[in-house]
Design a protein around this ligand. Structure first.
Ligand code: AMP
Ligand code: MG
Length: 499
């Protein structure tokens, strides 16, 4: 082993490179002119067994920029396809990303290291294979903020400026690279690449790979492919049920952006709702509202049906029996989603022992918020501070609604309901504050950080947001300006595919 090149003392493996040639293109990153480390995620590096200090040295930065290979790295671009806005695209693939290899984290879990913005590949389809610093900054902040909220997500190990320019919609912008960490970069679209392109043998190879890596307890079991499908359905339902309570809208839930392990992946035109409206859409390309906040469970279910189609030949020799099996598994999705989503809504209004009517109570609050254009995050956060038997402190919550008196009836009902709970105010408030964040990555904040990076190579807003959003459930009064909703002139109503 060439010790100088080992990444923080860690050698990479690459199990995906051992799959047959149709799964990937083996190719290296294109070097960049003057890489500079913008931010390194020290905690994440340590959790991967990597010494953060070694990544901060010139050799480490060169490594993160793709200018220098790490020991064991067999970089490759993964092949995948997908349904984009419902339309079948037979080939997508990593057009601006490379899987460098895998490391084992502290828990012994194999985690992918990927460079995003590392140069063109066979899958670039005319794109430059690069990333602007703006989307790199947005993804870094967003994925770390989601992780701090306890929501399954890919992670950001490092953000770099390349010292080169990329040409984008509004002209030249500074280039960036994100080093992303994921339990897997296999997507529903990876299965579709083979399943819909007439290569069922490769679907089996891929399913076996996913089972061996992520569900080793199923390896060799009869019925393992159905069990795999069940787990993907369950993990995806659980994921979407975590997005919705914090007002997260993925924005581009194409099948190629749907992870096989139920992690949030590909932060492009995502957004967090400010004033609550269930039909909220931010993505500039989502004209029909296909990926609106309240459409996400339906779309996730649709994406899983596409996965089910690919798995059919593995489920049963009889086509009819296979279809029946796949449908039976798919049908578990709505309930799996709802059970989790509803449990979280109850927790958000401080109910410890849910009973009939509680879910309606929570939905009624959402209804009032919609009508009164109340801020989603602040409503739940301020509700968390209220006593169960005294309405004198209701002011800060009431003032979030266009018509403050419109929520009074609901608050009275809520207080009557709380009388049926055994938990005292103090415990209830503490529990509510653990599920109702004070801080989320509001769109205007993400935009602020991206703009500062693109326009002035100023990363102070990014650093501040990453630090504050690492503790989303703490009030941090010194950062109150990051908790407030946007002023009308600050509102960002449109988000863009990050590239
Ligand atoms: P995404 O928006 O991340 O879901 O990407 C959709 C597809 O476009 C993927 O196949 C990407 O690899 C590809 N893509 C996005 N941006 C670029 C780029 N700058 N150069 C090459 N391919 C890209
Ligand atoms: Mg994508």
């Amino acid at each position: 082993m060439n010790r100088q090149q080992a990444l923080g003392g860690v050698e990479l493996d690459n199990s995906y490179a051992r799959l047959p040639g149709q799964f990937h293109q083996r190719t290296g990153p294109a070097p960049v002119a003057a890489p500079r480390l913008i931010r390194l995620n020290h905690d994440l590096a340590r959790s991967l067994g990597i010494e953060p200090e070694t990544l901060e040295r010139p050799a480490g930065v060169e490594w993160l920029a793709g200018n220098r290979p790490a020991v064991g790295s067999e970089p490759l671009a993964m092949a995948y396809a997908g349904h984009q806005f419902g339309n079948w695209v037979p080939q997508l693939g990593d057009g601006r990303a490379l899987l460098l290899g895998e490391v084992f984290d502290r828990d012994g879990v194999r985690r992918d290291l990927q460079l995003k913005g590392s140069g063109p590949t066979r899958f670039s389809r005319g794109g430059d294979g690069r990333a602007s610093i703006g989307p790199v900054v947005r993804e870094y902040i967003a994925s770390e903020a989601m992780a701090a909220l306890g929501i399954p997500t890919t992670r950001a190990l490092a953000a770099l400026a390349t010292g080169e320019k990329v040409l984008r919609r509004d002209g030249p912008e500074p280039g960036g690279i994100l080093c992303r960490v994921a339990r897997s970069h296999v997507r529903v679209g990876t299965f579709e690449y083979f399943g819909r392109n007439g290569d069922p043998d490769s679907v089996r190879t891929l399913a076996d790979y996913v089972i061996d890596r992520h569900h080793p307890d199923l390896a060799g079991q009869a019925g393992r492919y159905a069990a795999l499908f069940e787990r993907v359905v369950g993990a995806t339902a659980a994921l979407v049920a975590r997005w919705m309570p914090v007002g997260f809208i993925h924005g581009v839930m194409n099948t190629d952006n749907t992870s096989i392990v139920g992690e949030t992946i590909d932060y492009g035109p995502f957004g967090f709702i400010d004033a609550f409206d269930p039909a909220t859409v931010y993505s500039s390309i989502d004209r029909g509202g296909r990926y609106a906040w309240n459409q996400q469970p339906k779309v996730a279910h649709w994406n899983l049906a596409r996965l089910g189609e690919c798995l059919l030949p593995l489920l049963d020799e009889s086509a009819e029996a296979a279809l029946e099996r796949a449908n039976a598994i798919l049908e578990t999705f709505p309930r799996a989603f709802e059970t989790r989503f509803h449990a979280q809504l109850c927790a958000k209004i401080g109910i410890d022992t849910p009973r009939e009517g509680d879910v309606d109570l929570a939905f009624d609050l959402l209804g009032h918020m919609h009508e009164g254009r109340a801020d989603l995050t602040l409503t739940f956060r301020r509700l968390s501070a209220l006593p169960g038997d005294d309405d004198r402190a209701d002011g800060p919550l009431r003032e979030l609604f266009d018509q403050p008196s419109a929520v009074d009836g609901w608050l009275a009902r809520w207080r009557r309901r709380l009388q049926g709970e055994t938990r005292g105010d103090f415990d209830r408030q503490a529990a509510m504050q653990r599920v109702n964040p004070a801080f989320v990555l509001r769109n205007h904040l993400a935009q602020w950080a991206a703009d500062a990076a693109v326009e002035h190579l100023d990363f102070a807003p990014m650093h501040r947001l990453v630090d504050v959003l690492a503790r989303p459930f703490d009030d941090q009064p010194e950062h109150a300006d990051l908790a407030r909703p946007p002023e009308p002139e600050e509102r960002v109503l449109e988000t863009f595919c990050g590239t």
